[in-house]
Design a protein around this ligand. Sequence first.
Ligand code: PGA
Length: 262
Amino acid sequence: MREKLLIANWKMNFSVIESSKKSRQLEVLFEDKLQNRMQNKKNKSDVKIIICPNYLSLKSVHDILGGKLYLGVQSITHLSESEGAFTGEISGALVREFAEFAIIGHSERRNMLMETNSEISEKLLFCSKNNIRPILCLGENQETRSNDSHLTYVINQLRNSVSDFKEWGSLIVAYEPVWAIGTGVACEPEDAVQMIRTIRKELKIISGSDLIPVLYGGSVSSSNIGVLIDSGDIDGALIGTSSMNPLEFHEIINICTKMWGK
Ligand code: PGA
């Protein structure tokens, strides 16, 4: 059975004080599930809930939620796996003290910071070296979808990002169409499923494994998560806006755990 994951991407939001406040709210809301997480740390069938705050807030969130929910970061540097003269950068080795996961290749970074597939492939290797599980983001923009070349585009993104990668047991992939991120308009479930099946087929060819979880991201909310995961092809979600409201995030998780528990 493939793992199920629900990931909160808080992006560049929340001061340290606000992040701590949100973490305390989550701690209360997730009380029942936290005990689960503590008792079944290695139970693969459990839904993994992962919070990705900004770097500055990571330790404070860890002080409250560490060992209860999982923590991730939103990127790591491609310049070094450890330490050195790389002003302003943060390495996998530095975040590993607090985070077990890292979002890699989010479209906001690909588009606004010109992050390339080759940098992304370096980051994936540095995740492996530091025992961090990468959440590799893939997705096409509106123009590519309108041209009907989105399937080929995303598969090329995947191939170029994982060209040197080998730690298949650690990889998580998130399909996030750029046009659906932060717009309030999610991908139609059948379109998301079509892409996710295509990604899974390619992953099987590249890695030999069909157990790599593939998630959906882009305007996920408590009103659309049910239809998105209904077919059983989508192994969870990478959630921005809705994850920043602890009540809404909790509601999404309740819907998923009920559906997956059946
Ligand atoms: P959104 O963001 O849920 O606000 O669309 C998703 C993401 O960027 O990962």
